[in-house]
Design a protein around this ligand. Sequence first.
Ligand code: CP
Length: 334
Amino acid sequence: MSVESIQTRVERDTSQFYSDGRLKHFLTIEGISGQKLTELLDLAQSFLVVEHRAIKKVPLLRGKTLVNLFFEPSTRTRTTFELAAKRLSADVLTIQSQDSSTRKGESLLDMLRNLEAMAVDLFVVRHAQSGAAHFIAQHVTPNVAVVNAGDGRHAHPTQALLDMFTIRHFKGDFIPLRVAIVGDIMHSRVARSQVQALLALGVQDIRLIAPKTLLPRTRWHPNVSHEWELQHGLKDVDVVIALRLQNERMQAGLLPSPEEYRALYGLTNDSIKVLKKDAIIMHPGPINRGVEMDSDIADGARSVILDQVHFGIAVRMAILSKLMEGSDREAAKL
Ligand code: CP
């Protein structure tokens, strides 16, 4: 199936779009065209300068209120969403699961209704349950936008977008690239969203590298190959993305031991020799050093892991401002 036909198929899922194609929510990369992703990347590029100003703020979301709802641990996503919203001049609240009344038995929907009563404009949601952000998006009042900050094994679309920004920053054109994703693909919401984004942006050679027990059961797309031999999979690759072993989502018996995983699939000075000379090495974080990759690699010259974190702020500013632009135009029609 071609990239175009995949895009046509998934664009029937219009739940995150207004009828004229503008973004209403940001729940999944699925269904967002390469052109729309590129527009978001360009908008993010324009926000990079904000951090160099004496006052690191623009007034685009002044008067708006954003609530970060985090029901799972997070360092990067939660803080960069907070910073992105503050740099857009929004008022920001963060609620983490341990502080919320859901711990006392309140339902997610009741919690949502109470927060909506405080005139919130945007919810950013991380949840261990796949589909949680979609559920919230179905139940919020019109003109309230929902961003998926990672739901179960399903999707992590803002991570994928910041990864695409990082790849474009270092590599330019997507079409000729060979991209390898190494690790726990089976349990990874990040891998799913990355592959959707890479396909939408025209990448023709995507390799998923993992033990057979951690690979998807079927191929996602003809341009996505499965490899279980690391050296073969990494050969002449431009971009390597290592993924964390998600022990919290694994059933017993999928892996012999972290030591054996490192020996067969870890990024080490030896195993990366087959990459292209100018290849970049990425990881969404958090890293298990000495398992997915050695410290020499994580902190080495080819690593762009901290660039990913840095670019995450501008990319999240782009998503939030795009959603509020759509919401304001809808509100004007009421
Ligand atoms: N990449 C990522 O989602 O990291 P956090 O869990 O720290 O947010």
